[in-house]
Design a protein around this ligand. Sequence first.
Ligand code: ZN
Length: 198
Amino acid sequence: MRTEKIQVKITGEVIIPDDLIGFFREVDDLIKHNDEVTIIESDDLIQTKFAYGGLLEEGADRFGFIYFPEENTRPQWSIELTASEIAKIVEGEKRTLTLWKCQNPNCRSFFSSESETCFDCDYIDDELEEKQRVLNMLSQSPTRESWVGGYLKHFPDAHPLGIIGDYNSQVQLGKKWGYFSLNEMQSLVEKLRDQNAT
Ligand SMILES: [Zn+2]
């Protein structure tokens, strides 16, 4: 189960990429022509290949956008701007956005506020947590055979390749006891399952 847990974010200035400036040029044009996509409240009436957005609240002039800086991957920027800020970007007066980002250095998303939720960083995955807890405990095992035995007690249906993956993810184990070949792991798993069955 995924549980939301928003981490503390940091703020900073981000240079507006060229394709995004191009998108804002289209948005600015739509606003100046009173196009209905800029008058009706929506999340996504304004769209292009790499960004979408709309008027946040009818009667006000704040717009919200989602921008995908990299094709077909998850990082996204969430941006909020007024009509006049959009005009300033188009005129070249405003070249940066003040946005929030996660402290996780691998996260490439940006947010318009610190209370937004990052899909990658702001959730706790109970199953992953549980597995990490078990792996930490198993690192105290006296032998690598007993490590695998303990692993099978918690994850009885695990595939030998999955077990090797988890074993290898604990770098200190391979250094201490050496690595498993698939054959070794398969026969060990069979042996331990037979023992557990009897
Ligand atoms: Zn993040």
